[in-house]
Design a binder for this molecule. Structure first.
Ligand SMILES: C[S@@+](CC[C@H](N)C(=O)[O-])C[C@H]1O[C@@H](n2cnc3c(N)ncnc32)[C@H](O)[C@@H]1O
Length: 281
């Protein structure tokens, strides 16, 4: 791993825990009857399950995973020991560091602007803004306006409120919302919910507002977490798993390239940075 991300304190799994998950826990989660597992989660009043049922893959369950210490016993097990929640926290740390570096490396002298699509409350960009030396403002787009109430409170606590602009909308219609030159496009935690043609169309629209050299940051998700069947059957979560190379091929159709990929240690998420290339003459 590059030296400037080598000091990040990631969560890891020991070999015994990995084996126990692969041989016992994941098969149980994946193959016990879904109705039984759902009943258990309902009976134990799991907040993680309730938030996923209300909004599969939404920001609330993600925030519970980010905080990492929910009050209820069943959620403690899911959030502290689950591979996806651990990998989500790793992804947040990695992406925050990477975006901070991108903010600091922007070549012009004006205020840096980052566009975040499927931003939720904006934890990742707020982490990056705190770490960056340069001042940055951001536009955050999300389908769920509740995320913004929560995000505004968090931003106010961090003294970032005046630099966050929240736009309620569907990223698949992003071309109708764009009115701002942007230096970096952040699409963390969203590509797994979008079809290929939607990703290409979004990237093309945003690319028009970027100068060559402008950055894009997105993540891939692999099946290494071993619980896709559990998430689909029990939580109703349908994620599209793609390799970093498959996503890079999509963003390349919109004029991006020069990719660098950074995997977190559980190998579930890879954060990829690309650059808008000079258009061919
Ligand atoms: C897993 S969360 C990721 C949040 C944040 N980017 C992060 O990684 O911390 C996915 C977010 O994408 C939003 N979302 C999903 N589909 C969307 C769409 N078509 N348009 C806008 N937002 C969308 C959800 O509401 C949710 O807040």
């Amino acid at each position: 791993m590059e030296s400037w991300v080598a000091d990040i304190e990631f969560e890891r799994l020991g070999s015994v825990t990995r084996s126990a998950k692969r041989l016992l826990l994941n098969p149980l989660a994946n193959y016990l009857p879904a109705s039984l597992l759902r009943g258990l989660l309902r009976w134990t009043r799991s907040e993680v399950a309730a938030s996923n049922w209300a909004d599969p893959g939404g920001w609330r369950s993600m925030v519970i995973s980010y905080h990492g210490d929910p009050p209820r016993g069943i959620d403690k097990i899911l959030v502290k020991g689950g591979t996806i929640p651990m990998a989500l926290r790793n992804r947040r740390k990695l992406a925050g560091r990477i975006i901070a570096r991108l903010i600091d490396s922007v070549e012009h002298e004006d205020l840096v602007h980052v566009l975040c699509l499927g931003a939720g409350p904006g934890h990742i960009i707020m982490d990056a803004m705190q770490q960056a030396d340069r001042r940055c403002e951001t536009t955050l787009v999300d389908l769920n306006a509740d995320a913004f109430d929560y995000g505004r409170e968090e931003a106010a606590k961090l003294g970032l409120a005046d630099r966050m602009r929240y736009v309620h909308g569907d990223v698949r219609q992003v071309q109708q919302m764009l009115d701002h030159r942007t230096d970096a496009l952040e699409m963390m935690g969203i590509c797994e919910y979008l079809e290929n043609d939607q990703i290409v169309s979004i990237a093309r629209s945003v690319s028009e507002l970027m100068l060559p050299g402008g950055a894009i940051v997105f993540n891939s998700i692999s099946r290494r977490h071993g619980t896709d069947r559990f998430f689909r059957r029990v939580f109703g979560l349908e994620m599209i798993h793609r390799s970093p190379e498959q996503l890079q091929a999509l963003f390349s159709q919109a004029g991006f390239g020069d990719y660098e990929a950074f995997s977190e240690p559980l190998d579930v998420y890879t954060v990829v940075v690309g650059r808008k290339l000079q258009p061919p003459r």
